[in-house]
Design a protein around this ligand. Structure first.
Ligand code: HDL
Ligand code: ZN
Length: 417
């Protein structure tokens, strides 16, 4: 492929490469159709996304309490959010714009604001056809799920069948082991593992066996945990013991990376349920300490506080076993995605995963990737343009290669190295 010799052509090529790249979505909360009730999709699930529930309670009349809201049927909840957040106030938040983008990209007349008609269309969809339709519309080859063996409702279907479409890969969610060992030991014990005896050594060995058995059952591509702003390493307390004697040895034995999502203040307002979590600045040095102390283990890391992002990019330059991913949760907004992607390109080149969707509702894949592709495409065009002006002459293939790196290629290289 010949070199591009024109600034506008380079920039257009970068935008096109990102717009057309196949994306690997490395962190979602989606489930296979076999987990019937747990695979969420459709307009009422889109409207009752916990981001929008939280926004409702920033503007709802005081008489509408979260308690009353959560006792309502899903459709009534969706009606309230549509009325208060979309119709009575400007639907200007990213979560609002996302619903509108998705409905529009599905070819529905969202401008008419006829929720009844939109619902009728969804009622006529079949998940068997809808799942591949959404994957194609979002341009994804596969998504990584969040599979938590400590949530009975999630674990049960895995113990029965394992019919998972190729476009869905598993991850093994282990927060409970790290943040509530007692609850984890109890859950493993009721599953037949001797984790409640006297000897911690025996309990930790059984916990490693539990992880190994689940690794065989769901074939995860990484283990994952979200941690609070207080995460510290080295750590002398319980957390340190479980990390040193269960998680790290299991990562080596099973050859699984550890994904850490750091900085969530769980249950800041418990009344809001999943929407009640907040963010806090965490300690990046602890991330680097953990990676440098365990060079034979791979770490995938994203942090929730915008304040942590620059230092985290610097940490990722110091070691080859730390891979940054995503603009997580409250960072998943155009202004911050743009800032983080620019910063990461400037400090890491294309060696990071620029985004994940964190989708909880299948249809969200459409807007989360449509919005992010636009922003990442603009930033990559800017950076390729600056490189061109410095005298470099990239080919279209090279630009396509770099776009794919940002959207899953670097992740797969990291897994393979
Ligand atoms: O812990 C996590 O995986 C977070 O992504 C939470 O699920 C959070 O509620 C979320 O959905 N963020 O987008
Ligand atoms: Zn998540």
């Amino acid at each position: 492929m010949s070199q591009l010799n024109d600034l506008a052509a380079v920039q257009a090529s970068a935008r096109k490469a990102v717009a057309e790249a196949v994306v690997t979505d490395i962190h979602t909360h989606l489930f296979p159709p076999s987990h019937v009730q747990m695979l969420l999709w459709g307009v009422d699930e889109l409207l009752t996304y916990h981001y929008l529930v939280a926004e409702l309670f920033t503007m709802a009349p005081r008489g509408l309490t979260p308690q009353k809201f959560f006792q309502m049927p899903r459709r009534a909840q969706a009606d309230l959010i549509w009325d208060h957040v979309f119709l009575r106030h400007g639907a200007l938040s990213e979560a609002c714009r996302g619903v509108i983008t998705t409905l529009n990209r599905l070819g529905l007349d969202v401008g008419s604001r006829d929720l009844g008609r939109v619902r009728k269309w969804f009622d006529s969809q079949r998940i068997e056809d809808y799942l591949p339709k959404i994957m194609e519309l979002a341009g994804l080859n596969y998504v990584v799920m969040t599979n938590n063996p400590f949530v009975a409702e999630e674990a049960r279907p895995w113990e029965q069948t394992r019919c998972v479409p190729d476009c869905m890969k598993a991850s093994l969610r282990i927060d409970t082991m790290l943040t509530d060992w007692k609850a984890a030991a109890k859950a493993m014990s009721s599953a037949g593992y001797k984790t409640k005896g006297k000897s911690p050594k025996k309990a930790f060995a059984e916990a490693r066996r539990f992880l190994s058995d689940w690794s065989v059952r769901i074939r995860p591509i990484y283990m994952a945990a979200s941690l609070g702003p207080q995460f510290a390493w080295p750590d002398k307390k319980n957390f340190g013991d479980v990390m040193r004697k269960v998680i790290l040895p299991a990562a080596r034995e099973l050859n699984l990376p550890i994904a850490l999502m750091i900085g969530v203040r769980k249950g800041a307002n418990p009344a809001l349920g999943d929407g009640g979590d907040a963010a806090g600045e965490a300690d990046v040095n602890s991330v680097l300490n953990l990676c440098l102390e365990n060079p034979d283990v791979k770490f995938l890391v994203t942090m929730l506080s915008r304040v942590n992002q620059h230092e985290l990019c610097i940490a990722a330059r110091k070691t080859g076993n730390l891979h940054l991913f995503g603009c997580w949760w409250f960072c998943n907004n155009p202004s911050i995605i743009s800032e983080m992607t620019r910063m990461r390109l400037e400090l890491l080149g294309a060696n990071f995963t620029c985004q994940h969707s964190d989708a909880r509702v299948l249809d969200q894949l459409v807007y989360k990737w449509s919005h992010s592709r636009k922003i990442v495409g603009d930033v990559l065009a800017e950076k390729c343009g600056e490189l061109f002006e410095a005298g470099w002459r990239p080919t279209e293939d090279e630009i396509r290669r770099d776009a794919r790196m940002l959207l899953g290629g670097a992740f797969e290289e990291f897994l393979a190295k």
